[in-house]
Design a binder for this molecule. Structure first.
Ligand code: NAD
Length: 253
């Protein structure tokens, strides 16, 4: 909402009760689908357990689906047709482009196979002619596979799990994970001698960490996205891009 305001995009937040039913949520989405003054709809995930999330995502008009999670948009991505691309993967491609990191012909390894990060980023990297491997919780010898990567995308949601033995020296590492450290010993372990982090922890009782162990990986990687301040801000920026694109696509189909 802050980004919308700074860009002059109208935004409206609708907060529903936690006990909302799937039907109630679907009818709210239908109203937004019908409203001509609304170009983008974002359903904040995760939804409460009584809600059928797949049904809800399917109900969003694909032309207003600024998260890019509707099967129509995922199909457009797969078959390289114009559409709305999921924001985090789109943001990662923007980071690679603006950092001058070559993609074509490179070995890319993605850890994580979710519909919102792992699968779409693998597809985008492949469309830019990288040779892509997707790893997940059942992958054998994960560090060995990851060490083959020129570009390593960590999107598994396991704080600090990716250490130096996962990283080829000089590789570009994209840390997508966002987790909170709430135990002092963990903060001391992951951020040794980092006075700023300790200060933040003292003040807020927590600090953020990605899937990458920074103290271990920073000396080995050729380039790396920080957490916070790396992939996250780009996700928001791409949400804004998708909103403008959705507005254009609906008026100039
Ligand atoms: P998810 O839980 O849906 O998927 C995680 C994936 O990681 C799964 O496919 C699983 O197979 C794999 N995985 C889990 N444990 C593993 C292990 N030990 N070894 C190998 N693979 C393993 O998560 P998600 O929605 O894709 O999000 C991943 C992380 O990225 C989370 O920390 C989330 O908060 C973060 N995230 C950040 C942004 C951003 O803007 N920076 C956006 C979306 C998600």
């Amino acid at each position: 909402m802050k980004s919308c305001e700074s860009l002059g995009i109208f935004s409206e937040r609708q907060i529903l009760s936690e006990s909302v039913t799937t039907e109630e949520l679907l009818s709210r989405i239908d109203e937004l689908n019908q409203r001509d003054d609304i170009d983008g709809i974002l359903v904040q995930l995760p939804l409460p357990s009584q809600i059928d999330t797949k049904k809800v995502l399917l109900a969003v008009d694909p032309r207003k689906d600024v998260d890019g999670f509707h099967p129509v948009n995922l199909g457009n991505l797969l078959s390289q047709r114009p559409g709305l691309v999921p924001c985090t993967p789109a943001g990662i491609m923007e980071i690679l482009k603006r950092s001058g990191i070559p993609v074509e012909g490179q070995r890319a390894v993605v850890i994580g196979r979710s519909d919102i990060v792992g699968k779409p980023i693998a597809m985008l990297l492949m469309h830019k002619n990288a040779t892509v491997t997707i790893c997940h919780s059942r992958t054998k010898d994960l560090p060995g596979v990851c060490r083959e990567a020129d570009i390593l995308v960590a999107a598994l949601g396991k704080p600090g799990m990716v250490t130096a033995d996962y990283v080829k020296p000089g590789a570009a590492v994209i840390d997508v994970g966002i987790s909170q450290l709430t135990v002092r010993a963990d903060v001391e372990r992951y951020f040794p001698g980092n006075a700023k982090r300790m200060e933040e922890f003292e003040k807020k009782g927590s600090t953020l960490i990605g899937d990458v162990d920074p103290a271990s990986v920073y000396p080995v990687a050729g380039a790396i996205t920080p957490v916070p301040g790396g992939v996250g801000p780009l996700t928001i920026a791409m949400l804004m891009v998708n909103t403008v694109r959705a507005a254009r696509l609906r008026r100039m189909p």
